[in-house]
Design a protein around this ligand. Structure first.
Ligand code: 39S
Ligand code: MET
Ligand code: ZN
Length: 767
C-alpha cells in the first residue's frame, strides 16, 4: 500500500478540475432506480448497479473531457450532507433502533419509516437543492465509517482513474446541523467540533493509507456571515488536520460567495489549497491575506450554477490577476455542477441561436479545460473565439430586447404597487366572500397521478391531441372540485393537473423564456426540476390560467382560488439572464403575473393566490446585502398583485420554517392572507409571527405534506388550538403546509378529512 505525506511543491498540481458533478443520471437513471427500489419493483442489486454505472460514467466522462484531476464521493444515493453525517456516525437513536442494515438506515433517515420521522429537509444555501439536516446531541457518538469515500476511490482506481475524494468539512457539517430534540437548551451542534474533528483526522489517515493524494473538504458555511468564535474554530480545525503526520494534501473549498474573514484564517493554516468562488466573489489580494502566496488557489471562474457560456477572455484575465497572489493557480467551476443539467447537446429542440449562448455541465468542464491550458501555456484554443462570437451575438440579439416591455416598465409609478389599506380591503372582502371563521383551504396542487403525467407525456409526444388532453385535464379538475365539496372545504382550488411544475408551466407560456427537454436538476432525493432559461425581456402573450380557473369555478358555488406563481419564485427557480439587474428582470415577470391576476378577476375569480415559496431562498447569505434584495423582491410581488380591486382577496404561500429572518418582509408583501409551513415544527413560529405585529390573515400549515403520514383530527385540532392562542379566529386559516402534488389520494383524502373535522371542532371557540 502506498503512503503519502503532504509535501508542498511535490504534490501533483490540481490543474483543471471541478468541485462536483451531477449524479441523478443524464436520463434520470438514479431517480428511476431509487423509485423502483422503493416501490419494491427491483432489488438491491439493480440499485447498486445503477449507482455504480453513474459513477463510472461520470469519472470516464470527466477524464475524457480533459480534466487534470477528477473528484470522487460526489455521487450520492440521496444527499451529500446525509452521507457525511453517516460517515461521522451521526445516526440519531430512533434510526439506529430500527435495526436495519446500512442502506436501510440511510434511507430511513432520508425518508422516514412508520416508526421514525425522517431528518428535516432544508435549502442548501441560496439554491433550490435541499439537504437533510443532521441532528446532533451532546450524546452523539461520533465514529468513523469511511466505507463510502474509500470504496468509491477504489472503484475509480480499478478503472484506472485516480480521484480526489470530496466531503463536507467538519465545521460546515455542524453549522448545517441542528440540535437533536432532546438536547438541552442552549446546546449547539458546533459545540461538538473537537469530537468531530477527531473523526476527520482518522478519515484523513485512512485515506492516506489508501494512497489518496488529495482530499477536498467543502466549507461553504464560511461564505456566509460567521462569528469570531466560528472563525477561530475554523482555524483550529485546519491546524489540527493540517498537522497530521500522515494525510493527503488538503483542498478546502467554499462557494456561493466570498470567504471574507475566513480566507486569512485558511490561508494561514497548513492546508495546501483553497477553492474560491470567483463568480459570486472576487479575487483576493495577497497583501491583505497573509499566507495566500504559499497556497494553491483553485479559481472557480466558470459559473457552476447558471447556464451562460463563459466569457473566456474575462475569466482568463481573472486567472492572470490571481497568479501573482498565490503559489499556484488551478482552474475550476465556482461550485459543484450539481446545480446545472448534464449536457447541452442533448437538447435537440432549443433554438440554435440561444444554444450558442449556453453551457451545461459538460460544456463548462470543457471551458475549465480550455482556461487551464491557456493559463499554462498561453495558447488560446478555438473555443475562445467561439465564446467571443457567441457573447457578442447575445449582446446584440433582437430576441433579448422588447421595447414594449421596456417602456411599460419605465412608465410605472409607485401607485402601481400600492393597494388600499389592508383593514379597508378586509371589510369589503369579508362581505363579499362570507366565509366562516377558520376557513379551510389547500395550497393548490392535488396529487399528480401517473395518469396525469402519462397524458402529458403523450400530449407532448403528439400521441394525444390538444382537445383530448384538455378533456382529460377538465375531467381531473371536476373530480378534484367534487372531492373538495365532499370533504367540506370552504375555498376550493382546481388542483393544478395541467402543470408539469409551478415554474416551468408559466415559463412555457411567457415570452423571454426557453424550456429544456432533458435539463433535469436534482431538487431533493429522487425529485428533479427542469429550470427554464430566462434569456430575454418577459411578457405574457395571452392569458395562461384563466380557462382552467373559470372552468373550475363554473362547477361550484364555493369560491375557487386562482393559482399563480410569483415573480421572485419564477426567477429563483429559473436560470436567469446575467446581463441586467435581477430587480429589473423581476419587475418584468411581475407585470406578466399582474396581467394574469387582472384577467382572473375580470372573469369573476374572487381570490387569487400568488405563491412565493422561494422568497426566503434568495435571501443573500451576507446580511449587508439583504435590504437591497428585500426591496426589489417585495416590490416585485406588490407590483404583481396590486392591480386588483379591494374586493379581490390576494393570498400568498411561503413554505419554509426559517421565518424570523423575513417576517417584516412578509408584512411588506401586503397580501391579505399568507399560508406558511408550520406542521413539522408544531406551530413553533406562530407566536413569533403574532409578536411581530403581523395582523393579516394567516394559515400556518397543519398537515406536513412532506411525509406520507396521515395526521388525525385530534392532532390537527391540537395544532389549531395552539395557533388560536396567538391569532384571532377571524384571521386564522386552516390549510396544509404546501401543495399535495407529491402525495397520493390514499393519503390526501383522510388527511383533509381530519383537517376539516378539526376546523369544525375549533370554530365555536373562535367565535
Ligand atoms: N421548480 C420547483 N422547485 C421546487 C418545488 C417545485 O414544485 N418546483 N417545490 C419545492 C420542493 N421541490 C420539488 C421539486 C420537484 C418535485 C417533483 O415532483 N418533480 C417531479 C417532476 C415534475 C415534472 O416536471 N413533471 C413533468 C414530467 C414528468 C415525467 O417524469 N414524465 C415522464 C413520463 C410520464 C410517466 O410515465 O410518469 C418522463 O418524462 O419520463 C410532467 O408532469 O409533465 C419528479 O421529480 O418526478 C417536487 C418538489 C421546492 N422547489
Ligand atoms: C412549493 S410551493 C407549491 C405551491 C403550489 N400552489 C402547489 O400547491 O403545489
Ligand atoms: Zn409550498
Amino acid at each position: 500500500m502506498t503512503r503519502t505525506t503532504p509535501d508542498q511543491g511535490t504534490t501533483a498540481p490540481l490543474g483543471a478540475t471541478v468541485p462536483g458533478y451531477p449524479r441523478i443520471g443524464p436520463n434520470r437513471e438514479l431517480k428511476r432506480a431509487l423509485e423502483s427500489y422503493w416501490a419494491g419493483e427491483s432489488g438491491r442489486e439493480e440499485l447498486d448497479a445503477a449507482a455504480r454505472a453513474e459513477r463510472e460514467r461520470t469519472w470516464r466522462r470527466l477524464t475524457a473531457l480533459g480534466l487534470d484531476t477528477v473528484p470522487s464521493n460526489t455521487f450520492s444515493l440521496y444527499d451529500q450532507v446525509l452521507d457525511s453525517a453517516v460517515l461521522a456516525g451521526a445516526v440519531p437513536p430512533r434510526f439506529a433502533a430500527l435495526g436495519l442494515d446500512a442502506l436501510g438506515t440511510y434511507l430511513a433517515m432520508a425518508r422516514g419509516t412508520s416508526g421514525a420521522a425522517p431528518l428535516e429537509m432544508t435549502k442548501w444555501f441560496d439554491t433550490n437543492y435541499h439537504y437533510l439536516v443532521p441532528e446532533i446531541a451532546p450524546t452523539t457518538r461520533f465514529h468513523l465509517d469511511p466505507t463510502k469515500p474509500v470504496s468509491e476511490y477504489r472503484e475509480a482506481l480499478a478503472l484506472g482513474i485516480t480521484t480526489r475524494p470530496v466531503l463536507i468539512g467538519p465545521a460546515s457539517l455542524l453549522l448545517l446541523a441542528k440540535p437533536a430534540d432532546d438536547a438541552p437548551d442552549g446546546f449547539r451542534p458546533f459545540d461538538r467540533l473537537d469530537d468531530l474533528v477527531a473523526v476527520y483526522a482518522l478519515l484523513l489517515t485512512t485515506l492516506a493509507d489508501e494512497g489518496v493524494a488529495w482530499v477536498q473538504l467543502d466549507e461553504p458555511a464560511y461564505a456566509a456571515d460567521r462569528t469570531a468564535e466560528e472563525l477561530a474554530a475554523l482555524g483550529r480545525v485546519y491546524e489540527r488536520l493540517g498537522g497530521l503526520a500522515e494525510r493527503p494534501a488538503i483542498l478546502v473549498s467554499a462557494y456561493f460567495g466570498d470567504l471574507g474573514e475566513a480566507l486569512p484564517v485558511l490561508a494561514s493554516s497548513p492546508v495546501e489549497a483553497i477553492g474560491l468562488d470567483l463568480v459570486a466573489g472576487s479575487v483576493p489580494v495577497a497583501g491583505d491575506v497573509p499566507g495566500l502566496a504559499t497556497k494553491t488557489v483553485v479559481a472557480g471562474v466558470v459559473d457552476g450554477r447558471n447556464v451562460w457560456r463563459t466569457d473566456l477572455d474575462a475569466a482568463l484575465a481573472t486567472l492572470r490577476a490571481l497568479e501573482p497572489q498565490a503559489a499556484a493557480v488551478a482552474v475550476g467551476t465556482s461550485c459543484s455542477l450539481l446545480h446545472v443539467p448534464y449536457d447541452l447537446d442533448a437538447e435537440a429542440s432549443l433554438d440554435p441561436r440561444l444554444k450558442e449562448w449556453l453551457a451545461f455541465a459538460d460544456q463548462k468542464v470543457a471551458e475549465v479545460v480550455a482556461l487551464a491550458a491557456a493559463l499554462r501555456d498561453g495558447q488560446l484554443t478555438p473555443s475562445f473565439q467561439e465564446a467571443r462570437t457567441a457573447l457578442s451575438d447575445r449582446a446584440s440579439a433582437p430576441e433579448v430586447i422588447d421595447d414594449g416591455v421596456r417602456s411599460r416598465l419605465a412608465g410605472l409609478t409607485p401607485e402601481d404597487a400600492r393597494r388600499t389599506a389592508f383593514a379597508e380591503r378586509a371589510d369589503v372582502q369579508r362581505d363579499r366572500l362570507g366565509l366562516p371563521p377558520l376557513p379551510t383551504t389547500t395550497i393548490g396542487s392535488f396529487p399528480q397521478t401517473g395518469d396525469i403525467r402519462r397524458a402529458r407525456a403523450a400530449y407532448r409526444a403528439g400521441r394525444l391531441d390538444r382537445a383530448e388532453y384538455t378533456t382529460r385535464m377538465r375531467a381531473e379538475i371536476e373530480r378534484v372540485i367534487r372531492l373538495q365539496e365532499k370533504l367540506g372545504l370552504d375555498v376550493l382550488v382546481h388542483g393544478e393537473p395541467e402543470r408539469n411544475d409551478m415554474v416551468q408551466y408559466f415559463a412555457e407560456h411567457l415570452n423571454g423564456f426557453a424550456t429544456t427537454e432533458h435539463g433535469w436538476v436534482q431538487s431533493y432525493g429522487s425529485r428533479c426540476v427542469r429550470p427554464p432559461i430566462l434569456y430575454g425581456d418577459v411578457s405574457r402573450p395571452a392569458p395562461i390560467t384563466v380557462e382552467w380557473a373559470t372552468y373550475a369555478q363554473s362547477l361550484t358555488d364555493r369560491p375557487v382560488k386562482g393559482m399563480l406563481t410569483g415573480p421572485v419564485t419564477i426567477l429563483a427557480w429559473s436560470f436567469v439572464r446575467d446581463d441586467q439587474p435581477l430587480g429589473d428582470t423581476a419587475r418584468q415577470v411581475a407585470l406578466a403575473i399582474r396581467d394574469e391576476t387582472v384577467d382572473l378577476e375580470a372573469t369573476g375569480i374572487g381570490i387569487v393566490q400568488v405563491d412565493e415559496p422561494a422568497l426566503r431562498e434568495l435571501l443573500p447569505l451576507r446580511r449587508v446585502d439583504r435590504a437591497a434584495y428585500l426591496d426589489w423582491s417585495v416590490g416585485a410581488f406588490r407590483l404583481a398583485t396590486a392591480g386588483v380591486a379591494d374586493e379581490t382577496q390576494v393570498h400568498t404561500h411561503l413554505c419554509y420554517s426559517e421565518f424570523g429572518d423575513v417576517v417584516a418582509a412578509i408584512d411588506g408583501l401586503d397580501a391579505d392572507v399568507t399560508s406558511i409551513e408550520a406542521a413539522r415544527s408544531r406551530m413553533e413560529i406562530v407566536p413569533d409571527v403574532a409578536a411581530s405585529g403581523f395582523a393579516r390573515g394567516i394559515g400556518p400549515g397543519v398537515y406536513d405534506i412532506h411525509s406520507p403520514r396521515v395526521p388525525s383530527a385530534d392532532e390537527v385540532e391540537a395544532l389549531l388550538r395552539r395557533a388560536l392562542d396567538a391569532i384571532p379566529g377571524d384571521r386564522l386559516w386552516v390549510n396544509p403546509d404546501c401543495g399535495l402534488k407529491t402525495r397520493t389520494y390514499e393519503q390526501v383524502e383522510p388527511a383533509l378529512t381530519a383537517l376539516v373535522e378539526a376546523a369544525w371542532r375549533v370554530r365555536p371557540a373562535a367565535g
